[in-house]
Design a protein around this ligand. Sequence first.
Ligand code: PLP
Length: 371
Amino acid sequence: MIPVFKPSYGQEELDSLKEIFTGGWIGLGPKTKEFEEKFSQYIGTRYAVGLNSGTAALHLALKVADVEGGEVITTPLTFVSTNHAVLYNHAVPVFADIEEDTLNIDVNEIAKLITPKTKAILVVHYGGHPCDMDPILALAAAHNLKVIEDCAHACGSRYKGKRVGGLGAAGCFSFHAVKNLACGEGGMLTINNGDWYKRLNQLRWLGIDKGTWDRSGDGRFYHWYYQVNEVGYKAHLSDIPSALGLVQLKKLEVMNNRRREIVARYNQALVNLPWLQRPVEKDYAYSACHNYVVKVKDRDGFIDYLSGREISTGVHYYPNHLYPVYKPFYRPLPIAERVAQRIVTLPLYPDLSDEQVTYIIETIKSFKPGA
Ligand SMILES: Cc1ncc(COP(=O)(O)O)c(C=O)c1O
């Protein structure tokens, strides 16, 4: 079976783990620090804070943005982590409809939903395609709102030449097993605000003011004393995933270029199928191509047809405002509700071979949609 996603690991990742296991320090320590420094340099922000998931990054970004008790304008077409993070912060998710072509939150819809209670706009660069950030940032500035970027799909994506994750107040990355940069589990918050940086370093470590490495690492005397300034979380990244992350970061551009090559082949081959719409890439966008999402007629028939021929597919996502847990926040979102019935995610990962891509293309072309 050809999977939808697969991490791209080789000898270098294995070597990095060996180094960690022989080094004697596997918790939050020097590898995480190095990964944070290299990642912030890559994104172009002053700081990066390593966390144990993208979900934690979203949770803590909204916490430092102080959204509690207010409203956060958000997208329905995302993994539930995005919107759960709003609820973790005791804020109200206000769902805005999406653009039919990019599947990203629509700035015109955001504008209609701003109230005196709005605290932040939470955008997801869906599938790696950046949101149209300039109008979103201008709208936010006019209303004094924070913009938080969910970059879980967009590690390496660029908006008008600039890497996403440094465009708003905070960028939230995921290094979950299927992401472009995969560490098994892990996440990163990218920010420029020095006060937020200090607070996040404590928030991720139960509110404690000094990490264990800072108090004892590198053969130093173990200083047991620390202070606890607020109720934080157990949300830090550790040196094992960070060692993998450092290797993956080095390979990221090459891996993303391979993704783009496969996308170019899909786009070229699937051009003349009247029942299938290909994804777009706008002039302002350079996508990290996390997902290849097509819109098709007879979606369920299509999924069954490919699955019967050893090709896995996915659906990203069921619109979040339709889940029972989000019922109190439901509002009709015609575009999201309509397109969600037609979207399918095709296999896309760097190690997909040219032969497999050809097989997937030929199988898709042989499908005849039912009514
Ligand atoms: C859009 C989006 N946001 C947030 C997350 C959460 O990331 P994590 O699984 O690392 O918590 C994911 C993926 O899992 C995601 O796809």
